[in-house]
Structures are given as structure tokens and as C-alpha cells.
Design a protein. Structure first.
Length: 342
């Protein structure tokens, strides 16, 4: 264990800084925090009133003087100050003792982000109290988290469908050989449901309702037993509350476009994959991680579209945070699969 390298008071933390949720892995303790990436602030200021679960409960329900903000958009920082405040809150919440002399942090970031966006993540973590910051690409973290043999000279494919981005990567010999990052994921699926309800029923629903409909009714592939659900919202014509009944096939149709974009990202990555590694994938298949992996029928859709066996990770929601945490245990491996920070 290399935690002793910098003295007795080193705290090692792995962070999955997601658009929808933030997970924190504390070395020797596992995942110790899992909360929504939402911050409630006093409108027009950066005064933080609530973070995480408490703030998410306020989404779409706040009075004029309070704003519930999601500071990350499409996997990257959209509001630097609020992200910093959120990170500081989460780090303080999990530190086992106050005043640890060094705080080493590994943050998982989308593979497609720019150098400027990487710097924003590093600066946020530093301002939140980290002495050392490493960045690891999300597909690499997810592959480590689900236990893929990434150090072998063979192809491993991971598809991580998060809130803001879908990360697709083929990994071999501890490196990403081919990858694709698209800013289409869980949030776009929710937005597609909102747009469909408006178009088909003149019903305005909020993002929390759309997410609930997606979880309870959504599917990426036709199911043996189709179901229906009453959805409540505001009638755009009358301006009054209204309830409509929608079927799972309708919601699948509503999400067709973003789902097609995710499938396309997987197919493009496969097309660009070296033939030797592509041959490995015929047997090994694709592993799905991230919250989007839990959408019913997602593995069946990808299997049908690619012809490859597709498996959902045992705990897809925790894969990236687990991977970010696992690399903390070995200094050499940490430096091999991450980009060094400050």
C-alpha cells in the first residue's frame, strides 16, 4: 500500500464526478457516498443552501429565491464555482479525520473532454482540498471497476452509459486502443420523453417525472410483457393539471433517437477496432456499465445491432467509482492509467 509514502495522514479518494450522480470511494472503505450531482443555491448568488439528496428533492419545486442547479452538463463542468462547492461538501463528508496532511484524489472524467475542461476538474478538486489530483478516463475506470482483464494482450470492450455522456472503449495492455465519447446518455433519454409528452399529449412534465417514467416504463428493446403508467403534468392548452396513460411501447418510441446515437457510437468504435482485437470480442463480447445499463432491454438491443454477446456489469452504477478507487492501491498502475495532476 502506497498510502504510507506521504506519511501517516494521507487520505486517498476516488471520485466518479457524474452529470447525474457523484460517487466517492474511500481507500480501504469502498464506496462511502452516492448522491445526486445537484446543488441548491440562493438565486443570483453562489451561497449554497443544500447539496446532493437534499438539493435533488428541490428540483422543479423551488420558490423564486432558491435555484436547484446541476453544475455538470454532458459530463463536464458547466458551473465552476458550484462544482467546487459540491466537491468540497462531499470530500468533507467522507474524510475520516479532519486535517489529513495530504489528500490524494483520482477523478474519473469523460474520454472526450478538452485540456481546458480537464484543468477545470483539477482546479475544482484542488480548491476543494486535494493536494494531489489524478484524472482517469471513465471507460478505463469502468473496465477496472467491473474486473475486466485490461492488462492482458487481448481486447476488452466497455460501454459506460452515464447521465451526460456515453463512453465506448476497446482496451488492451492497460491502454485505450479505440474509444468514442458521445454527449448522449440518460439526460437525453429524459429530454426525449419530455418532448414526446409535449408533442403527443400537450402535457408538460418535469425532468424528475421524465426520469421516473424512464425507470418504471422505459425499455430499449420490445419486452414480453408491455405495461402502462399514469403520468401527471400540466396541460399546455388549458394550463391545468392533467393525467394521461402512456404505454411502454410509446416511451420506447420516444427514446428511439438517442438510443440510436448510442448504438451508432458502439458500431463506429467496432468498425475502427484493429482486427485482432475485434476477433477477441467475438467471444468476450461487450460489458455495459453506468446507470443507462439498467434500462430494460439495453443489452438485447446492442447484441442485436452488433452481433456480439452483451453483458450488464454486476453493479453498473458503481463501476466507475470502484475503478477510480482500485487504482489508488498501486502507485505504478495509477500513473500508467491516469494523467498526473497538480
Amino acid at each position: 500500500m502506497f498510502g504510507k509514502l506521504f506519511g501517516f495522514f494521507t487520505t486517498d479518494i476516488g471520485i466518479d464526478l457524474g452529470t447525474a450522480n457523484t460517487l466517492v470511494f474511500l481507500k480501504d472503505h469502498g464506496i462511502v457516498l452516492r448522491e445526486p450531482s445537484v446543488v441548491a443555491v440562493k438565486t443570483g448568488t453562489s451561497e449554497v443552501l443544500a447539496v446532493g439528496d437534499d438539493a435533488k428533492r428541490m428540483l422543479g419545486r423551488t420558490p423564486g429565491n432558491i435555484s436547484a442547479i446541476r453544475p455538470l452538463k454532458d459530463g463536464v463542468i458547466a458551473d465552476y464555482e458550484i462544482t467546487e462547492a459540491m466537491l468540497k461538501h462531499f470530500i468533507q463528508k467522507v474524510q475520516p479525520r479532519r486535517g489529513a496532511s495530504r489528500l490524494r484524489v483520482v477523478v474519473a472524467v469523460p474520454s472526450g473532454i478538452t485540456e481546458v475542461e480537464k484543468r477545470a476538474v483539477k482546479d475544482s478538486a484542488t480548491q476543494a482540498g486535494a493536494r494531489e489530483v489524478y484524472l482517469i478516463e471513465e471507460p478505463m475506470a469502468a473496465a477496472i471497476g467491473v474486473g475486466l482483464p485490461i492488462q492482458d494482450a487481448s481486447g476488452n470492450m466497455i460501454v459506460d452509459i452515464g447521465g451526460g455522456t456515453t463512453e465506448v472503449a476497446v482496451i488492451s495492455l492497460s491502454g485505450i486502443v479505440q474509444s468514442r465519447s458521445v454527449r448522449v446518455a440518460g439526460d437525453e433519454l429524459d429530454e426525449a420523453i419530455v418532448a414526446y409528452m409535449k408533442r403527443a399529449y400537450n402535457l408538460m412534465i418535469g425532468e424528475r417525472t421524465a426520469e421516473d417514467v424512464k425507470i418504471r416504463l422505459g425499455s430499449a428493446y420490445p419486452q414480453e410483457k408491455e405495461s402502462a403508467l399514469d403520468v401527471k403534468g400540466r396541460d399546455l392548452v388549458a394550463g391545468l393539471p392533467k393525467t394521461v396513460t402512456v404505454s411502454s411501447s410509446e416511451i420506447r418510441e420516444a427514446m428511439a433517437e438517442p438510443l440510436a446515437a448510442i448504438v451508432d457510437a458502439v458500431r463506429v468504435t467496432l468498425e475502427r477496432c484493429p482486427p485482432e482485437l475485434a476477433a477477441d470480442l467475438v467471444d468476450r463480447g461487450i460489458v455495459l456499465a453506468g446507470g443507462g445499463a439498467l434500462l430494460k432491454g439495453m443489452s438485447e438491443l446492442l447484441s442485436e445491432q452488433t452481433g456480439l454477446p452483451t453483458h450488464v456489469a454486476e453493479d453498473p452504477l458503481s463501476a466507475v467509482a470502484e475503478g477510480a478507487g482500485k487504482v489508488l492501491s498501486e502507485l505504478g498502475f495509477l500513473k500508467k492509467v491516469t494523467s498526473a495532476g497538480v
